[in-house]
Design a protein. Structure first.
Length: 278
């Protein structure tokens, strides 16, 4: 087209100034040093998330590491680099209203907590390891959404949940007056687990039967782990699974992954700020 029509004529047809055309023609085809650094940071953040982070999470991770980046620019860079995050749609849960006869739903979905070690919640999920299922119990501090205790076992019994609870209790310096919330699974209603709560002076709260929203933060944690980190086909063996779980909890979820509840900060950063200012 350039050979058939003059630049002046083309600019008139498309209603643009000749100076704009000359600027476009003389633009650098190579990214600037700043752009190259941002591209590198975005790719590194995407790989750190195991390919799960979207533009919002990428922007928060890069910004928290000292390189200000908006969600929209992150989205543009990800598109140019061919980085795609696929997140599943939100699950649908049935409603239920049956509380436990002995343990009330004290938490009652009051998930906003103003300081650590006020309210913990726990749950158990299953993970495929080669030829059988293994079970992961987690204890989460609702203040920062940080996993503070966990246990991994081949049996989904009260010994598993008790171990995760004691792990959390010891790692947090044996706090007093904590409220622990869970579903009505037998590993939380057993005498052995409730005795452990009593010894630690921890009060108990339970979701209504069949109502996953009553323990939504735990449901969210397991959903994040399984969609962001765990292979679709599970793990080859127990050791591989355990190593991956620890890497996710300590190396990514607690220290790097931005949380919308924490205004884009990681659980570790939220707790660091709290203890520094309190």
């Amino acid at each position: 087209m350039k050979e058939s029509y003059s630049v002046k004529r083309i600019c008139q047809v498309f209603e643009i100034h000749r100076s704009s055309y000359k600027y476009w023609q003389g633009r650098s085809r190579k990214p600037s040093l700043e752009q190259a650094q941002l591209n590198s940071k975005v790719r590194a953040a995407f790989e750190l998330s195991n390919g799960s982070a979207g533009s919002r999470s990428i922007a928060n991770i890069v910004t928290n590491n000292g390189f200000p980046l908006s969600r929209y620019r992150a989205k543009s860079i990800m598109k140019k680099l061919g980085l795609r995050s696929s997140q599943p749609s939100s699950p649908k849960y049935k409603k239920a209203n049956n509380e436990h006869l002995a343990v009330p739903n004290t938490l009652n979905r009051e998930f906003d907590v103003d300081k650590p070690n006020q309210i913990w919640c726990g749950d158990v999920t299953y993970i495929w390891i080669g030829k059988r299922w293994a079970y992961l119990a987690i204890v989460l501090d609702l203040f920062s959404r940080k996993p503070i205790g966990w246990a991994f076992s081949l049996s989904p019994d009260s010994q598993l949940t008790r171990k995760a609870l004691i792990n959390a209790y010891e790692s947090r310096g044996r706090p007093k007056g904590v409220l622990f919330h869970s579903d009505q699974g037998m590993h939380y209603t057993s005498q052995k687990f409730r005795q452990a709560l009593w010894r630690c002076q921890i009060k108990q709260s339970m979701s209504r039967r069949g109502n996953c929203w009553d323990n939504a933060p735990m449901e969210r944690f397991f959903r994040s782990f399984k969609t962001e980190w765990m292979p679709e086909t599970g793990y080859q063996n127990f050791v591989e699974a355990e190593r991956s779980i620890v890497n996710y909890i300590i190396g990514y979820y607690s220290s790097v992954r931005p949380h919308s509840y924490n205004n884009g900060k990681s659980p570790n950063e939220v707790e660091r700020i709290y203890w520094k200012t309190s």
